[in-house]
Ligand binder design. Structure first.
Ligand code: ZN
Ligand code: ZN
Length: 211
C-alpha cells in the first residue's frame, strides 16, 4: 500500500515551506520504512527550494540529513529490523550495475544516482521527497546504521556536511602531525574542524567574524 505522509513542502521558488500531505510509494522487497526523528538543514536545501540551480521540481520536500527509526523492512532486507536507528543522506538509489556502482562509488553512477528529493524514483518515476517529513522509504543499500549511544539529533548533520568533509580528510590521510585549515565555521566548517581535531590534526580556523 502507498503511504500518506505529512511533510513541509514549498510549492514554488517564491513560497516558504508549509505543511503538505503527499504519497510515498508502496515499499518493495528491499526497502526500509523509516520514521523520521531528526533532519538537518543543509544549505543546498535552500538552493533547491529557491530553484537556484534551475532544476527544481515542485512541490518539493527538502531534507537529506535524516535520522530515524526503522518501522518495517521488506522480505529481502537482512541488515535492519524494526526499532533500529538509521540514517539516510543525499542518495536513495542507483543503477547498482555500472562500473562506479560496483566499486561502491554510487555518487558517480553512470545512470545518475537517485537523489533523496527533487528527483524521480528510477523504477516507478514517482517524485522523491526528502526528510522534512514523517516517514521515508529507502532501498536498504542506501540506509546507514547509527551506532548505539550516538546523540541522534547531533548525528543528523553527519549525513551530508559530515561525509562531505570526512571524505577529503580521509583522502589526504589526515592524522597526527597533519596541519588542517578550515575556512569558515559554517555547516560544513564546524564538522571539518571537529573531525580533523578528532583525527589528531593541528587545526586552524579562518573566519571573518570575531564571534
Ligand atoms: Zn547537503
Ligand atoms: Zn550505477
Amino acid at each position: 500500500m502507498t503511504m500518506n505522509v505529512l511533510g513541509y513542502a514549498t510549492q514554488s521558488a517564491k513560497d516558504g515551506l508549509a505543511p503538505h500531505r503527499f504519497v510515498r510509494r508502496e515499499p518493495r522487497a528491499n526497502d526500509v520504512v523509516i520514521q523520521i526523528l531528526f533532519c538537518g538543514v543543509c544549505h543546498s536545501d535552500l538552493h533547491q527550494a529557491r530553484n537556484d540551480w534551475g532544476n527544481s521540481i515542485y512541490p518539493m520536500v527538502p531534507g537529506h540529513e535524516i535520522i530515524g527509526r526503522v518501522v518495517s523492512v521488506g522480505r529481502d532486507v537482512t541488515r535492519f529490523k524494526p526499532g533500529d536507528h538509521v540514517g539516510v543522506g543525499c542518495m536513495v538509489d542507483s543503477c547498482q550495475h555500472c562500473t562506479a556502482c560496483e566499486k561502491g562509488l554510487e555518487q558517480y553512477c553512470e545512470e545518475h544516482s537517485t537523489l533523496t528529493y527533487n528527483d524521480k524514483d528510477r523504477h516507478d518515476q514517482m517524485p522523491t521527497f526528502g526528510g522534512y517529513s514523517e516517514k521515508i522509504i529507502v532501498s536498504d543499500k542506501f540506509v546507514l546504521k547509527i551506532p548505539e549511544g550516538l546523540d541522534l539529533k547531533g548525528a543528523a548533520p553527519l549525513l551530508c556536511a559530515g561525509i562531505t568533509t570526512w571524505s577529503p580528510l580521509r583522502h589526504w590521510q589526515v592524522g597526527k602531525g597533519s596541519k588542517v585549515a578550515v575556512i569558515g565555521l559554517g555547516g560544513l566548517g564546524h564538522m571539518a574542524l571537529k573531525l580533523a581535531k578528532a583525527l589528531g590534526a593541528n587545526v586552524t580556523l579562518f573566519t571573518r567574524s570575531p564571534g
